[in-house]
Design a protein. Structure first.
Length: 134
């Protein structure tokens, strides 16, 4: 009997942390210069919201979980690069970037662990029945 507990996405720590990342990025938008707000900063905010949506996908679609988490990690990596660049270009304050980088590192670790655990489950599965062994 395979055991999989499907939590509501909003109950997952990775969801709450990604939500906070979206909230912080979006909350800073009015403080960002206009050319950055409608350019790469705005794109980073959109990427964060897409990453938040991918948590729903990964949580509800066991077959597509690994792909959703791989895409999630790509998005988070892109956001991380942009935040680093925003800090260097003084688009956002250092303190704000430190807080964002902390959240980004946290969700990257969570997503990597979830992806690795999911890949381990699929490898342990019985090829004949498709059942997972705890």
């Amino acid at each position: 009997f395979p055991y999989t507990t499907l939590f509501r996405s909003r109950d997952l720590q990775i969801y709450r942390d990604t939500y906070e990342l979206c909230r912080q990025l979006y909350g800073q938008m009015n403080d960002v210069q206009k050319h950055a707000r409608y350019g790469e900063y705005g794109h980073a905010v959109s990427m964060a919201f897409e990453a938040l949506d991918l948590i729903y996908v990964a949580n509800s679609d066991q077959q597509g979980r690994t792909a959703a988490l791989a895409r999630y990690l790509q998005l988070i990596g892109g956001i991380k690069s942009r935040v680093r660049l925003f800090r260097e270009l003084k688009v956002i304050p250092v303190k704000r970037s430190v807080n964002l980088m902390f959240l980004i590192d946290k969700v990257q670790k969570q997503a990597t662990g979830w992806r690795n655990a999911s890949q381990g489950q699929s490898r342990r599965g019985n090829a004949n029945t498709g059942e997972l062994h705890p």
